[in-house]
Design a protein around this ligand. Structure first.
Ligand SMILES: *[C@@H]1O[C@H](CO)[C@@H](O)[C@H](O)[C@H]1NC(C)=O
Ligand SMILES: *[C@@H]1O[C@H](CO)[C@@H](O)[C@H](O)[C@H]1NC(C)=O
Ligand SMILES: *[C@@H]1O[C@H](CO)[C@@H](O)[C@H](O)[C@H]1NC(C)=O
Ligand SMILES: *[C@@H]1O[C@H](CO)[C@@H](O)[C@H](O)[C@H]1NC(C)=O
Ligand SMILES: *[C@@H]1O[C@H](CO)[C@@H](O)[C@H](O)[C@H]1NC(C)=O
Length: 283
């Protein structure tokens, strides 16, 4: 599972489970961690060390969806570096990797997937992240939402293609055939990384979901189909990168007080009263 911040009660509750956990650094902590190795050390001693080895912590995610124009963008690379220095010099039972979370707004071109590239204005930002991840052999964490891509053009994008529910190739790109929008978005991201010399970066899909209510194509039937098809599909990877693709569904629970749009309240796999909304099988 992934937690957005190092919530102590959550980490405490995970003790003794074998569930692997990705722990987020909140964006407002990035500047401090970037500018002070002591702050990075304190962060790790407070939020990671006390839980080892009883909590299976796999990654630290330094920053969530920081945009290149955000004043915090300059701190993402240095914060990752300082956290990396602490975890690699600590005597932890297993290597904890340090990464950050991007979203698809960094993409300038996504179609066809082989033409995928980052926006010019994202280039300094993503280059710094990619070179750190390549040299530290850590994966890139990406939020990938075919739902929002579908929403941007529901006339031209077929619903079956967005729901991973098409049984035939919809987009042919060179010798690769795409049956769903998720594969196309992922492969455009792989193509963009190739173009900046990060061809071998592993991507972990750290958020992906479909709302069950509150907007266009947001129904329990569509979302259930989407999650079922997706959990099955990611065992096989994408046309460009075959093999299992580590994927985290967003989110565990409906967040009934979230906004601003109504759909934001309906991304859960469970209702606020802990009832499952879908019958999903993960094995
Ligand atoms: C920790 O999680 C990883 C998956 O990320 C798993 O392979 C490993 O077996 C887990 N370790 C323990 C001690 O449960
Ligand atoms: C960056 O460029 C993209 C187009 O490639 C544009 O949509 C976006 O608004 C720009 N962002 C900034 C911060 O300039
Ligand atoms: C997607 O899931 C639906 C509902 O479970 C199923 O009928 C359909 O065959 C699946 N489609 C693909 C392409 O796997
Ligand atoms: C990517 O990995 C392959 C196989 O390990 C290797 O041959 C290739 O040189 C790597 N490419 C880059 C750009 O590092
Ligand atoms: C998914 O595809 C199947 C088979 O074509 C179809 O019966 C079903 O209605 C589709 N589901 C959705 C939610 O579009």
């Amino acid at each position: 599972m992934r937690i957005f911040d190092p919530n102590q009660a959550t980490l405490q509750a995970l003790k003794g489970s074998s569930i692997s956990v990705i722990v987020g650094v909140v964006n407002n902590d990035l500047q401090g961690l970037a500018t002070s190795p002591t702050a990075a050390n304190d962060w790790v001693q407070t939020n990671i060390s006390p839980y080892l080895p009883n909590v299976n912590i796999s990654y630290i995610a330094a920053g969530n969806e920081i945009k290149p124009s955000d004043p915090l963008a300059q701190y993402v690379g240095p914060a990752m570096q300082n956290l990396y220095n602490v975890v690699t010099s600590s005597n932890f039972p297993t290597q904890i990797k340090v990464s950050t979370i991007i979203d698809m707004s960094l993409m300038g071109n996504t179609y066809p997937p082989s033409s995928g590239s980052f926006c010019d204005n994202a280039s300094a930002y993503i280059n710094a992240i990619a070179s750190f991840l390549v040299s530290s052999k850590a994966p890139l964490l990406a939020n990938v939402y075919p739902y929002f891509a579908y929403l941007s053009d529901p006339t031209d994008i077929k619903l079956d293609y967005a729901l991973l529910n098409s049984s035939r190739v919809v987009v042919q790109d060179g010798n690769l055939g795409f049956q769903n929008l998720f594969d196309a978005m992922m492969d455009s991201l792989y193509s963009a990384l190739e173009k900046i010399g990060a061809a071998n970066l592993t991507i972990i899909v750290i958020e992906i979901g479909w709302p069950s209510d509150g907007g266009v194509a947001a129904t329990v039937d569509n979302a259930g189909t989407y999650y079922k098809n997706l959990t099955f599909h990611v065992n096989n990877g994408t046309p460009k990168r075959l093999g299992t693709l580590e994927t985290y569904l967003f989110a565990m629970f409906d967040e009934d007080q979230k906004g601003p749009t109504e759909t934001e309240k309906h991304f859960g796999l469970f209702s606020p009263t802990k009832q499952p909304k879908y019958q999903l099988i993960f094995s």
